[in-house]
Design a protein around this ligand. Structure first.
Ligand code: TXA
Ligand code: MG
Length: 347
């Protein structure tokens, strides 16, 4: 079933949807980051359906969503002072923290057998209502087939997943467009396992320290042990080959892209900034504007739907403009490097 709650949430429909969750069904719902495919986190059978619907590898654990801070203690334990400070400052919000898992509450399938659990408290009102009225924690990965760009736009999601779930809740385009910042505290230092809207600088302000996992910008080598299983898997990618091109000098960046447009005799799609539209020599419809390079928040919001749109042309290659790894640019570049399977040119 499709429910449109973009303007108003209906209490009758909310009851129906929360009953679906309680009864072990899958529901797609909006959060402030990306849409999630949710299931009752207390039921192994319900959570199993998520892995099947997404085609997700079983060694990749899920984030458990709660509505209020008291609920964190029901699924996690031994919360340290640094962890408590981060929770206080960033939750609810686009932030996920890896905590020690409480025994005998969540089934192993949720956490892929790890002794930690990823916890998130969204600040989107629809997400909060669904979690609160379901009365259970909700396991929810991003709404996309495993390996594909995350769902931020309802028509992309309906096409890809509606037939595999019991309900889809439309809350409009997601506000941020990139998944939450994932942090694990090790020896009192917060380590960013996945960058997002909450930046390293903001985290450092709270606890005086921060570090970024080396696999945020680097390809994981075979058999390497990683902090977050999601780092190993192919991610955020359309089916067409993609290449990411960046230079500190805008003119050089445009020059390099144009060189490739010629090399592929125009059989390309360019995902680029508003400012460069006139200077990049592809036909108008093959230039997908992801927003201004002065407003990376806008770029974050558009990037996943731009990748899907580019893929529809089935070009030989999708060329993507890179940006400085700064602020939310860190998170965008992290996703784009994976999108391009590290086919990255920096001049
Ligand atoms: O914004 C978000 O976080 C969205 C919305 C729906 O909340 N969710 C999301 O979930 O992005 P997903 O499953 O697409 O990504 C979760 C990431 C994966 O990279 C996974 O490996 C990692 O979190 N993760 C989950 N549990 C973990 C754990 N116990 N230890 C380390 N990493 C974990
Ligand atoms: Mg995902």
């Amino acid at each position: 079933m499709y429910y449109n709650w973009e303007i108003n949430t209906s209490t009758e429909e909310l009851k129906v949807v929360c009953n679906l969750i309680k009864n072990g069904e899958l529901v797609i719902f909006p959060t402030e980051t990306v849409y999630g495919i949710g299931a009752n986190a207390l039921s192994a059978e319900a959570v199993g359906k998520i892995f099947i619907a997404k085609g997700r590898p079983s060694d990749n654990p899920l984030i458990v969503h709660v509505a209020k801070k008291d609920d964190i203690d029901k699924i996690a334990t031994d919360i340290t002072e640094v962890e408590a400070k981060l929770i206080e400052r960033f939750m609810p919000g686009p932030f996920t923290i890896i905590l020690k898992k409480k025994k005998n509450v969540l089934p192993d399938i949720v956490t892929a057998g790890l002794d930690t659990v990823a916890v998130r408290m969204p600040n989107n009102l629809i997400a909060q209502a669904i979690i609160t009225f379901s009365g259970v924690p909700i396991a929810a990965p991003s709404a996309n087939i495993s390996g594909r760009p995350s769902g931020t736009n309802i028509s992309d999601i309906r096409r890809e997943l509606e037939s595999k779930v019991s309900a889809v809740i439309d809350g409009g385009n997601t506000e941020i467009g990139l998944e939450s910042t994932v942090v694990k505290v090790v020896d009192e230092i917060p380590i960013i396992l996945r960058p997002g809207k909450i930046t390293p600088e903001e985290i450092k302000e709270v606890v005086g320290n921060v570090s970024i996992d080396k696999n945020v910008f680097q390809q994981v080598s075979k058999n390497e042990k990683v902090e977050s299983p999601g780092m190993k898997h192919r991610h955020y990618a359309p089916s067409t080959k993609c290449q990411l091109i960046y230079s500190k000098d805008e003119k050089d960046q445009i020059f390099e892209i144009n060189k490739r447009v010629r090399k592929y005799r125009g059989d390309v799609v360019v995902i680029g900034f508003t400012e460069h539209r006139e200077q990049i020599i592809v036909s108008k419809d093959r230039y997908i504007d992801i927003g201004s390079n002065q407003k990376l928040e806008e770029v974050a919001k558009n990037i996943y739907s731009a990748l899907r749109k580019a893929d529809e042309f089935r070009p030989e290659i999708i060329l993507i403009e890179g940006m400085e790894k700064c602020g939310i640019g860190i998170a965008i570049m992290n996703r784009l490097l994976r999108t391009c399977e590290y086919d990255y040119i920096e001049i």
